[in-house]
Design a protein around this ligand. Structure first.
Ligand code: NDP
Ligand code: 8X3
Length: 249
């Protein structure tokens, strides 16, 4: 039977690559994001019966609800929720960071994610479905300038484990994917539009690609129903860890 996945943040990066991966594998895909001009080509490429574009800002619960109520009947039975929409804003240390950047990250990476998850949980339970949440290594390992972004992703990882616990016995699977450096629009967004800074970060680093992450999302979703990957952390070979720092007088 054809399964249906709802992927947030499908206009770019991991989400867009995941739309291609799932659509090509025969899933029906609900692709969401604010930039409708990015979603329309996906609908045109795979057809209206395969990809449905749902245009809304995940921070707007009224728009989210309207988009869900407007789903065509053929896309109404969601088997998999991929909570991927998210962003970092800024790299400044906490003491000089923008509070607006922080609240944007919290609203998008946390509040919107729990709102959509809460809304879809009853039908995911009914269908013995699955949830894949996109967290980050930034939620596991602190780094300078990671402050609120890392905090939001730590929430995503821990919330996912909590969901696993609450959903015990329901058959619903929950996975957190925690990627390291991958080249997408992430750094352009984080720097408020600095393409040069983004190119500088990724040049020579051989970062992961959006397709690398989409492949992991698809792999997790395709495992036999008795298997649950709790968390999946991955990095490019070029990225690893640094030690503690000590401030001396
Ligand atoms: P991109 O910037 O390429 O994609 C982000 C996606 O999120 C876009 O489709 C964007 O859609 C969507 N989005 C952001 N804000 C909103 C909003 N308010 N409403 C609806 N959609 C929104 O980045 P990535 O693909 O790299 O990021 C995807 C996820 O992966 C994020 O959660 C990110 O934190 C995480 N991640 C990224 C890593 C990386 O190195 N790239 C590593 C680890 C985790 P639109 O703007 O059209 O609304
Ligand atoms: C994004 C990965 O390492 O830039 O979540 O924080 S990192």
């Amino acid at each position: 039977m054809t399964r249906t996945v709802l992927i947030t943040g499908a206009t770019s990066g991991f989400g867009a690559a995941a739309v291609h991966r799932f659509a090509q594998a025969g899933w029906k895909v609900i692709a969401t994001g604010r930039r409708s001009e990015r979603l329309q080509p996906l609908v045109e490429r795979y057809g209206k019966e395969v990809v449905h574009a749902a245009v809304f800002d995940v921070r707007d619960p009224v728009a989210m609800e309207a988009a869900l109520l407007a789903l065509p009947p053929a896309f109404g039975d969601i088997d998999l929720l991929v909570n991927n929409a998210g962003l970092a804003q800024g790299t400044a240390p906490a003491q000089s960071a923008s509070l607006k950047d922080w609240t944007t990250m919290i609203d998008t990476n946390i509040t919107a994610l729990v709102t959509l998850t809460h809304r879809l949980l009853p039908q995911l339970v009914e269908r013995k479905g699955a949830i894949i949440n996109i967290s980050s290594v930034a939620g596991v390992y602190p780094y300078p300038g990671g402050n609120a972004y890392g905090g939001t992703k730590a929430f995503v990882s821990q919330f996912s484990l909590g969901l696993r616990s609450d959903l015990h016995g329901t058959g619903v699977r929950v996975t957190t994917i925690e990627p390291g450096m991958a080249e997408t629009e992430f750094t352009v967004v984080r720097t408020h539009g600095d393409q040069v800074a983004s190119d500088k970060l990724y040049t020579g680093a051989n970062p992961m690609t959006a397709e690398d992450i989409a492949e992991q999302i698809f792999w997790v979703a395709s495992l036999p129903p008795h298997l649950n990957i709790n968390r999946l952390e991955l990095m490019p070979v070029s990225q690893s860890f640094a030690g503690f720092q000590v401030a001396r007088e």
